[in-house]
Every structure is written in structure tokens, then in C-alpha cells.
Design a protein around this ligand. Sequence first.
Ligand code: A3P
Length: 325
Amino acid sequence: LHTLPPVQLAQKYFQIFPEERDPLWQNPCHDKRHKDIWSKEKTCDRLPKLLVIGPQKTGSTALHLFLSLHPAISSSFSSSVTFEEVQFFSGPNYQRGIDWYMDFFPVPSNVSTDFLFEKSADYFDSESAPQRAAALLPTAKIITILINPADRAYSWYQHQRAHEDPVALNYSFGQVIAAGWSSPAALLSLKHRCLHPGAYSTHLENWLQHYQPSQLLIVDGVQLRANPVLVMDGVQRFLGVSPYYNYTQALQFDEGKGFWCQRMDGGHTRCLGKGKGRKYPDMSPEARSFLSEFYREQNIQLLRLLKRLGQPLPVWLREELHSAS
Ligand code: A3P
């Protein structure tokens, strides 16, 4: 029998099994062999039962706030590295391992009733997130929020401008979405990041490869914005969380902000920061009709997908396909 020192042995192993170079973390407590060698000091309870997967600019921060107001629901701690979100399953943080991930969650005081969750809006359109999430959290519930992909793209573009992205500052929205293949690489990259998450049916099918339809709730982002109390009732039913929390008491519409906010004592409100619910000019009719056409096939596929799943059709989707036909 030949052997080698540990590092060389590992190198040899990964030469023979290159497909195993990328880890796929599973719950150590789901496999007796892993559980036996898992430190007694550790727990498997610091893992979320719910992932809010985005996509970006659909109201995911508002949903995060509303969920956190519920007495039985606790969010992950915010990360100083990745703009508050943990972003574990979607990028390089995944290599940091599950101890790193679990450290973002409080130890639940009652494992069966406490509901831990995490919101990372870049999970939605990540190639690898669904498989990775399902490996570690096979019984988790998944919530996604959808608005018209054209509005999502426009909001994202405005977000980039507000953050002084030089490419977004240099090019109009119309120029970004219509950039042809011979455009500068930085413009094409911005265009891709702007438009790619809006391919809703492609990304949802990817999640449905790894999760059962009953584990997935698709929230209409327009409804979340206009009537969060109603949406949060549906979310609570979907999660099966108790006690029932009456959001009518917890939320209040703020006329100045133009959005629903947390109701505080003395008739005050606490709203999301100025980066959420920005004021900017309406999208031009040209850009809107360009994007209607651009997303038409994806929207048709989304309609079929929602019918297949027996999920209600968002009003924006009906209107979009009606006006495009
Ligand atoms: P705009 O700033 O373009 O209006 P996310 O949190 O996923 O980045 O989404 C931001 C969007 O959430 C905002 O986009 C806003 O329209 C929407 N939103 C929905 N409900 C909101 C609320 N109660 N407060 C602030 N923004 C809300």
C-alpha cells in the first residue's frame, strides 16, 4: 500500500476525481457517519428553514423587514463583507464552509417553533445556488418575488447609477439594454447583469430541479408593495408559522415615502432607507416596448410554469402578455 503526506495525498485524490474539487456541503446531522465525527460542541440547528432568493430590486428588503417583525421568525445576522446579505450559496463564500454559514444565525431558543431565514437576492439567478441550497437545506421553503422584468431591469439600472457605476452613468438605459455585440466589454457586462435576472422562467426551472413545487412560494412584488398585509398573511400560511401575526397592527403606509413602513409608537413610522423606493423618471415608452419584446418568450414560459404549478398569475404578467399580443 502506497501513501503520501496529507497535502500530496489530497492533490493526488483530486487529480483522480477532479469533479470533487468543488465541495457540496450537506447537513452533517443527516448522515450518521458525519454526525459521529461532528463536534459535540456544534449544532445543526443554526440553519435557515426559509430562503428568500430575490431577485434584486423586487422588494426583497421590504419582505426581509416584514418577516423580521414576526415574533417567531429570525433573520440571519448581517454580513459586513457582502452588503448585509450572507450570499453563501451563490459565490466565493461557499468555499468558507458551513461553520462560517452557521455563524450568521442565532441559536434558536426552540428548534421546532423558531423560524430562521436568510435573504440573498442574488440566489435567484445563480447557476449553482439551487443545487447547493438543496444539498444543505433539502426541506427549506423558498420565497421568490417577481415584478415585471422590465421594471426590475430599470430599477436595477437606477440603483447602479445611484452607486455611481461609471458605465451606468455613461450610458442611458436605452443604450444599455440595446447594446450590440460589438459594444465595449464593460457595457455588455452591465447589460447582462441588468437583463439576465429577468429570465424568470429559466431561473425558476433551475430551482424546481432541486425543490418540490410545494416548497416554493412566488410572491407578486406589485402586491407586496401595494398590500403587504395581504401578502404577509399568505406568507405565514405558506410557512406554517405560529403564532399568527397580525400585520395590520405592525405596518402603516407612509405618505411621504409612498411605501408601507413599520408602525412605531406615537403614530411614527420607520421606513426602509433612501436606497429603497427611489424617485427617478419613468421608463421611456421605447425602452418599455423593447423590453416587452425582449422578455416576451420568457414571460410566456412563466405563464405556462405558473399554470402548471397552479400558482396565481400576477396582474403585471397578464397585462404584459395582453399588451404584447
Ligand atoms: P425602487 O427603489 O426602484 O423603487 P430590493 O429590496 O429587492 O432591492 O427592492 C427594492 C425595491 O423594493 C424598490 O425599488 C421599491 O420599489 C420596492 N419596494 C417594495 N415595497 C417597498 C417598501 N415597503 N419600502 C421601500 N421599497 C419597497
